[in-house]
Write a new protein. Structure first.
Length: 216
């Protein structure tokens, strides 16, 4: 006989009642597939406090000494509310600038506890592509790299959205604005100016300290 999770309490009551009526405790333990110490524990609790004493108790610890303190949780939540599209990795950078070093997984758990983790399955799917009709209407730019690669920063990539022409692919060695600006100026001289360039909130094209995010 197995302990079914949907009626554990009823099985415990049946066990202690039959044991109290004189049935062999060893036989009952074999029937209910529990250890004899567990059977004695249920019976002792039942004799001392009745059926309520053998109810399932929460296994959550009374204290969590390693849980993030309330002040840090509140600060993390505040930063996320100001930047609702930022994840744990980017928030970790902001916290580090404030002198607070928290693991990314800890920040993610804080966001999850406060219901701030977005469910990608609930997002509306795009109804169409944003591809432009002519070259130079839209350039895409980002640093390309593979997690765990030897280089800390991957090469800078600039791609024309329509033609898929690779305007630039160069290892700058860093994400500093000076190196990116030099590569962009070369690209502008060679291919002209694009109408628009979409970028994410990474360095160097987003300034977390500025009100509107502009960088030099």
């Amino acid at each position: 006989m197995s302990w079914k999770t949907k009626d554990v309490q009823q099985q415990r009551v049946e066990f202690v009642v039959r044991a109290s009526c004189g049935e062999s405790l060893s036989s009952l333990c074999r029937e209910f597939e529990i250890a004899r110490p567990t059977g004695y524990l249920w019976l002792r609790r039942f004799q001392q406090g009745g059926s309520r004493a053998i109810e399932e108790h929460s296994r959550q610890p009374h204290t969590s000494p390693r849980q993030t303190c309330a002040d840090l949780e509140q600060r993390t939540v505040q930063l996320r509310e100001k930047r609702p599209d930022w994840g744990a990795r980017k928030l970790a950078v902001l916290l580090e600038r404030e002198g607070v070093v928290l693991p990314v997984i800890t920040i993610h758990r804080v966001l999850a506890r406060h219901g701030l983790v977005l469910d990608p399955e609930r997002r509306r799917q795009a109804t169409g592509r944003f591809q432009r009709e002519h070259p130079n209407q839209l350039w895409q730019m980002d640093f390309k790299g593979q997690k765990g690669a030897a280089a800390a920063t991957g090469p800078l990539s600039i791609l024309d959205d329509l033609s898929r022409y690779l305007i630039a692919l160069e290892q700058t060695g860093s994400t500093r604005s000076e190196a990116v600006r030099d590569r962009l100026e070369d690209a502008f001289r060679t291919c002209g100016l694009p109408d628009a360039m979409p970028m994410d909130h990474g360095t160097p094209w987003f300034n977390a300290q500025g009100s509107s995010g502009w960088t030099r």
